[in-house]
Design a protein around this ligand. Structure first.
Ligand SMILES: [Zn+2]
Length: 234
């Protein structure tokens, strides 16, 4: 049993290092991830505004055409009105002219609204083109900067994994499963020392009889409070 515990303690050492290495890896990659997110954001906004701009141009052409047609229409109506002598017909034409005039006014106002957003959008597009370019350059530089560090960490992690795989071959499967569960639930401390009658994992006093059994290493013991695997030095 003593050996089983020793193996678990070595495993715990490897697992903790693995954790640290993986943490370091995600921290190193964090800045690059942040930069990528930022640059993607600029690109997405740029694409959206460019599409908006394209659509606005189509709309503007349509409105301009509509307005020109409406104005020509009213010019024709006015000429026709001058030729009509019948008062009833004149009134009818006046009515047409008026509603066409109102329509033209609405189109004109739509056109002005459309054009008023143009300048701000063009300015933002120019800004975004620059931001996206700068972001891409920063991203490439950051990736290059951490490449060696990432490579080292990955090699180190792979090496620890190989050590771990070898280590677990000599550990009972049920005990290993229990160890892994405790390790993940108890912040990386699955094997704890029982010293002076106390579990060092959770600081609970162990029953004296139980503590004596641990001292004899007759089997693997678990803390009744925190479920950690217990061992005694010496
Ligand atoms: Zn405990």
């Amino acid at each position: 049993m003593r050996e089983e515990i020793t193996r678990l303690m070595s495993l715990q050492g490897i697992d903790r290092q693995l954790h640290e290495l993986q943490d370091a890896l995600s921290k190193v990659g964090g800045r690059v991830g942040q930069l990528r997110l930022e640059t993607d954001g600029y690109r997405a906004e740029l694409e959206r505004l460019q599409q908006e701009e394209q659509q606005a141009r189509i709309n503007q052409r349509q409105l301009e055409k509509d307005l020109a047609e409406g104005e020509a229409n009213n010019r024709n109506k006015r000429m026709r009105r001058n030729q009509v002598r019948n008062e009833k017909e004149q009134q009818a034409i006046d009515h047409e002219i008026e509603s066409q005039r109102e329509h033209n006014q609405r189109v004109e106002s739509d056109l002005l609204t459309l054009m008023s957003g143009e300048e701000a959008r063009a300015k933002r597009i120019a800004e975004l083109v620059q931001l996206a370019e700068q972001g891409t350059a920063n991203l490439l530089a950051a990736e290059k900067e951490i490449a060696a560090q990432v490579e080292d960490l990955k090699i180190s992690i792979a090496k620890h994994r190989v050590d771990r795989d070898q280590m677990v071959q000599n550990i009972d499967a049920a005990l290993l499963a229990r160890y892994e569960m405790i390790f993940s639930r108890r912040a990386g401390l699955a094997v704890a020392e029982a010293r002076d009658g106390t579990c060092n994992g959770c600081r609970m006093r162990l029953p004296p009889q139980f503590y004596n059994q641990i001292l004899r290493h007759e089997q693997v013991y678990f803390c009744p409070n925190c479920q950690r695997i217990l061992y005694c030095e010496g």
